[in-house]
Design a binder for this molecule. Structure first.
Ligand code: TRP
Length: 338
């Protein structure tokens, strides 16, 4: 089969990947790589937009790549690489910076939220985060970008930059210079919520580690975290009750992890109390994580194999990225070297 549509996505190596990263993002990539030309990267340059520890970053960069593979990303079917190893990302980011209005950036919701948390330590990189993300996407002429709900505004920005700031201004023959990508927001499970607050997304940066289950949590830790997960005082569990965000989140998790559809889960749990439900969710979680964890351990035992995979991915990605970069440079009148 020739794959005609291209997909690009990435996750930051800022900490242990959790159920939200897997179910909301990586799981979809694993499907997409069957039918689409798929590029996935570890976006380490995004990870330094807030304060970071160099040792932790380099360790997490490799761990994250290994987890992509452990979750089912197949190096023969997709290109798996580290963002910073392809200099075209930083270069295109600069070119786009010079064409992106500052007031587009100042209204980005995630920037506002993150900069509040940074106090008086907000870097220019944090403001520029969405332009670097636009560069990631636009370099690969991606048709589709699978992302969570919270990244929609960033996708819009990438589209506006490509369309209004590059194509509309610099195309001489009416042919677009950059492809305008579309977001692919998968509804079911696209947003896994925190275990301690059903109204907030499960997040790597939540100081409460009980709010998330990471892909490498041991069965004991999984069990402890689910025991502590926030519940409510209603009898019987149900999806989609606005007043019961925790019930909706934990049932959704159970449905995805057990492989049972929502209807049968709704039936199974309609009369159930939390005390009966939690062990079921625990069991389903532990058994879905088990194969990921054993594959991960196997990969980490053989660092040269992982290096090989990443170097193959880098080479594949670089060809595409370099060619797009040249196209943009020449459209902007930047002299290319021979
Ligand atoms: N901002 C994305 C997130 O936090 C990560 C990201 C960076 C990304 N570059 C990307 C996602 C390009 C998709 C495509 O989830």
């Amino acid at each position: 089969m020739t794959k005609t549509q291209r997909v690009l996505s990435g996750v930051q190596p800022t900490g242990a990947l959790h159920l939200g990263n897997w179910l909301g993002a990586i799981r979809n990539w694993v499907e997409l790589q069957q039918t689409h030309e798929t590029f996935v990267c570890v976006v380490d340059l995004h990870a330094i937009t807030v304060k970071h520890d160099p040792k932790v970053l380099s360790k997490n960069t490799l761990n994250t790549a290994a987890l992509y593979i452990a979750c089912g990303m197949d190096p023969h079917k997709s290109s798996i690489f580290i963002q910073s190893q392809i200099s075209a990302h930083s270069e295109l980011c600069w070119l786009l910076n010079c064409l992106t209005p500052l007031n587009w950036m100042e209204r980005m919701i995630q920037f506002k939220e993150k900069s509040l948390k940074q106090g008086d330590n907000v870097s220019i990189g944090l403001l520029d985060y969405p332009v670097l993300m636009a560069a990631d996407i636009l370099l690969y002429d991606a048709d589709l970008v699978p992302v969570g709900e919270d990244q929609k505004q960033h996708l819009e920005l990438a589209r506006d930059i490509a369309h209004q700031r590059i194509n509309a201004r610099f195309s001489l023959d009416g042919n677009p210079i950059l492809k305008v990508p579309k977001p692919l927001i998968l509804k079911d499970g696209a947003k896994v919520m925190s275990l301690s607050d059903g109204l907030n997304k499960m997040s790597k940066s939540d100081p409460n580690t009980n709010s998330r289950i990471t892909l490498l949590d041991t069965p004991e830790v999984v069990s402890k975290k689910i025991k502590r997960a926030k519940t409510d005082s209603h009898i019987g569990l149900q999806f989609d009750n606005k007043n019961r965000p925790e019930a909706n989140n934990l049932l959704t998790l159970y449905s995805i992890l057990s492989g049972k559809d929502r209807e049968s889960v709704a039936k199974e749990c309609a009369e159930m109390g939390w005390g009966k439900f939690k062990p079921l969710l625990t069991e389903a979680t532990i058994s879905s994580l088990q194969p990921i964890q054993s594959k991960y351990v196997e990969l980490m035992k053989d660092p040269t194999e992982l290096e090989k995979i990443l170097s193959k991915g880098r080479k594949e990605a670089e060809v595409v990225a370099e060619s797009t970069l040249r196209r943009v440079k020449s459209a902007l009148g930047i002299k290319l070297r021979n």
